[in-house]
Ligand binder design. Structure first.
Ligand code: OKV
Ligand code: MN
Length: 244
């Protein structure tokens, strides 16, 4: 049994059936063979609010995650930049403990700093401004007060605009700012930072910490099929597992 698995950026959507199938397979196999499972954001392509839990696609995913936590795996959740509207109802339903971004957890006697990673992309000032707005509880309360269909239409509109302006791609390739990384880890010198978001799967030896960047998932565009997770064993060894 592994001590912990870390996964992020699965970007689940009914429009991505192969990615969905691979993640469900991960949940029924690897995810059960660990003591702790950390989902570090962007599990969904987008999340419009916990009142979407009745959607048949979402409820099937939720059922599968819930069965992992019910099998005895401790489940932790950090929100991403696409599913930051996930709330207490979702977390209770899947049996996860929501963590703030970033959170320091000791595992096997070693300190791990866990984050989605978007907050570290400080060079992207327009995104940082957008992030500040949508992470504001008052803004969220107002947004969640709109009908679900209207929220979905707003988000779909943003996605279309983002695609048209080809901004998604430009933004997605934006990397973390190393000063932001150093500022974050300095206080926890010697920790291991684990994050996703940038889709730039790598291990970095930074000034004050090692930084493990999780990969994103996409099995629906076969030319570049990819997905996987990071595992921590009881000897404190970290290893990226790439699903094929
Ligand atoms: C994805 C990124 C656009 C970076 C919006 C609620 C809100 C979700 C959303 C809208 C945008 C994702 C889902 C997209 C990534 C960008 C620009 C920069 C840095 C809401 C829930 F605001 F309405 F409440 N979003 N889209 N970026 O177009 O796919 O990663 S997106
Ligand atoms: Mn992200």
């Amino acid at each position: 049994r592994k001590l912990a698995l870390f996964v992020s950026d699965v970007h689940l959507s009914p429009a991505l059936p192969k990615t969905t199938e691979r993640f469900l397979s991960f949940l029924s196999h690897q995810a059960r063979d660990t003591e702790n499972l950390y989902i570090l954001g962007d599990l969904f392509e987008y999340w419009a609010g916990d009142d979407d839990l009745n959607d048949p696609y979402i409820s099937s995913i939720v059922k599968s995650i819930k069965s992992v936590s019910e099998s005895g795996v401790r489940l932790f959740w950090i929100a991403g930049n696409r599913d930051f509207l996930i709330g207490a109802q979702f977390c209770t339903t899947i049996g996860a403990q929501a963590l703030v971004d970033p959170t320091l957890h000791e595992l096997g006697g070693k300190p791990f700093l866990l984050s989605h990673g978007d907050a570290l992309c400080t060079d992207d000032s327009s995104y940082m401004q957008f992030r500040e707005m949508v992470r504001n509880p008052a803004w969220q309360q107002q947004f969640l007060g709109k009908p679900l269909s209207e929220r979905k239409a707003i988000i779909e509109g943003m996605r279309k605009m983002s695609h048209q302006e080809q901004q998604t791609k430009r933004m997605e390739i934006m990397d973390v700012n190393l000063n932001a990384v150093n500022d974050l880890v300095k206080a926890h010198s010697g920790c291991t930072l684990i994050h996703g978001h940038t889709h730039r799967n790598a291990i970095h030896r930074e000034e004050f910490a090692e930084r493990y960047v999780l990969q994103d998932w996409d099995f629906d565009h076969s030319a570049q099929a990819r997905g996987g997770y990071l595992e921590l064993d009881h000897q404190s060894q970290l290893r990226f597992i790439h699903l094929v």
